[in-house]
Write a protein that binds this ligand. Structure first.
Ligand code: RP5
Length: 162
């Protein structure tokens, strides 16, 4: 199975990133985690992106806050799918990171999830691998069914809570 690259701009993003790695662990998807910053360590970030396909990655998740250029900088250096997680951080409730991540120029796509939406980033990465991995696709189908069952159980019990 291809690996998922998980990159964060700073270790201060780790509490958000952890929600993604927890899902990848649950799904038994191999992954590698790094701290590479588009601004503080641009060479390392670029090298990772340039070599990612050769190094066995199938998609890359990038988490960053503030002027969040990490996902875009990685996407500029690979044609692997890149998923951006805008991190809320301390200021502006993450709107700064959301707009920095989502507003990519035409030709260099970044699939941007919600602010701090790390769980969906991991699920989207898994869905990308599952395009050609039917075993993983079945695991994802099963997970969806369990989540739907949990919502139905809540529906069945909601009147008692009113
Ligand atoms: C971004 O700046 C990082 O992704 C982080 O969200 C934010 C703050 O970084 P630190 O100052 O906490 O290292 O590049």
């Amino acid at each position: 199975m291809k690996k998922i690259g998980v990159i964060m701009g700073s270790d201060s993003d780790l509490p958000v990133v952890k929600k993604a790695t927890d899902v990848l662990k649950e799904l038994n998807i191999p992954f590698e985690v790094h701290v590479y910053s588009a601004h503080r360590t641009p060479e390392q970030a670029r090298d990772f992106a340039v070599n990612a396909r050769t190094n066995g990655f199938g998609a890359i998740i990038c988490a960053a806050g503030m002027a969040a250029h990490l996902a875009g900088a990685i996407a500029a250096n690979t044609t692997l799918p890149v998923i951006g997680i805008p991190c809320a951080g301390a200021k502006l409730d993450g709107m700064d990171a959301l707009l920095s991540t989502v507003q990519m120029p035409s030709g260099i796509p970044v699939a941007t999830v919600a602010i701090d939406g790390a769980k969906n980033a991991a699920l989207l990465a898994a869905e990308i691998l599952a395009v050609s991995d039917y075993e993983l696709a079945a695991v994802l189908d099963d997970r969806r069914k369990k989540e739907a069952d949990a919502v139905l159980a809540k529906d069945a019990g909601i009147m008692e809570r009113i």
